[in-house]
Design a protein. Structure first.
Length: 304
RNA sequence: GGUACCUUGGAUGAGUGGCUUAGUCAACGGUCUGCAAAACCGUCAACGGCGGUUCGAAUCCGCCAGGUACCU
């Protein structure tokens, strides 16, 4: 049976380097699962694999999208699965590596088929959110899909708006589209025709935070400020609603000074890393390793 | 030596006699199927010390300690 190894872990833990080793060991490319490294023009701020690293091992889904692409986890699921299927023709073992929780989840568990949201619909709901407030939208949700309203985080505008988008776009209910929830995680369409082995990278928190701090400084010396300045005209794009860029834009506007800005970036990156860990730690099928100290056993686990 | 002002949780900062005491930032924990490096939720902890007034004090009074400003 074909095997997909999935390498995951918090940002700055050292995934890129370990992925290279694993890929070389397996003789396969790296399939990246990073929602921000996919965008071109922002390699420094997203700590994307360098050109040298990409010469060492072929990478997919790095720098392959323009900043204004509209993309999401469902697109990624489709793109990744078709690539995986193709690569399995010539490989028995493949490597997916990345820290974007939903993207990894989409490949491993699948995402239910849902309609595309017409941009005008999204726009009008966003408009209503501003003029009428969240309460009005919540009332609508109770009316249109009480089952989902009962379990939805009703204080989260993004969730409420999305549920309404689905209800209005289909004329049905959002909850009726959520098949994975109804069938349970391991059944139904999410069943993959290949084996999935999840490998997690983790370090003691102090060590991880130390690496985050160093990486922010390294980014700056690689020209992060200039990179941010170049893309600032497009700051409203989702691709730039990203830790590092959000803060850097405020610096470039003169609102914050540079030391303060870098502090905020470090802090927000720490918070992001914690969020990733919270997500990944829930999945107890993940086998965890220290990226430096347990490299031997990590590579050994590829042979099982 | 004298006078005035100040002292709140890790940081900042409201509160001015009474429902276990704001907010912000940090820290910590969590949620998550279509913008997810997004969005959202929760927890934590303080009224400088001692004594007094009072049914009741972070809030009023006195002393002590520390700090700031000005004066001789």
């Amino acid at each position: 049976m074909k095997t997909l190894f999935v390498l995951l872990g918090p940002t700055a833990v050292g995934k890129t380097e370990v992925a290279l080793l694993m890929a070389e060991h397996l003789g396969c490319p790296v399939i990246s699962a990073d929602s921000r490294q996919m965008y071109r023009d922002i390699p420094i701020g997203t700590a994307a694999p360098t050109l040298e690293e990409q010469r060492r091992v072929r990478h997919y889904f790095v720098g392959n999208l323009p900043l204004d692409a509209s993309y999401n986890a469902a697109c990624y699921e489709a793109d990744a699965l078709s690539l995986i299927q193709r690569l399995f023709l010539s490989h028995d073992r493949l490597l997916l590596s990345g820290g974007s929780m939903m993207y990894v989840d989409a490949v491993c568990h699948g995402i239910d088929r849902m309609p595309d949201v017409p941009p005008e619909l999204r726009q009008s709901l966003r408009q209503r959110l501003e003029t009428e407030g969240l309460e009005a939208l919540v009332d609508d949700l109770w009316r249109m899909d009480p089952a989902y309203a009962a379990r939805c985080d009703l204080k989260n505008p993004v969730r409420v708006v999305h549920a309404l988008e689905m209800c209005i776009a289909t004329g049905s209910t959002y909850s009726s589209l959520r098949l994975r929830e109804q069938e349970g995680r391991e059944t139904g369409s999410s069943k993959r025709p290949f084996r999935i082995v999840r490998i997690g990278l983790q370090r003691p928190r102090a060590e991880l935070f130390q690496r985050i701090n160093c990486r922010v400084d390294a980014m700056v010396s690689q020209g992060f400020v200039e990179e941010a300045r170049r893309v600032m005209p497009f700051r409203q794009l989702n691709s730039l609603n990203t830790v590092g860029f959000k803060e850097m834009f405020r610096y470039l506007e003169g609102e914050w000074d540079l030391p303060f800005t870098l502090d905020r970036i470090r802090k927000n990156t720490r918070v992001y890393a914690k969020k990733q860990l919270t997500w990944f730690l829930r999945d107890d099928s993940v086998r965890w390793f220290h990226p430096d100290e347990e490299r031997e056993s990590l590579l050994a686990c590829l042979e099982q």
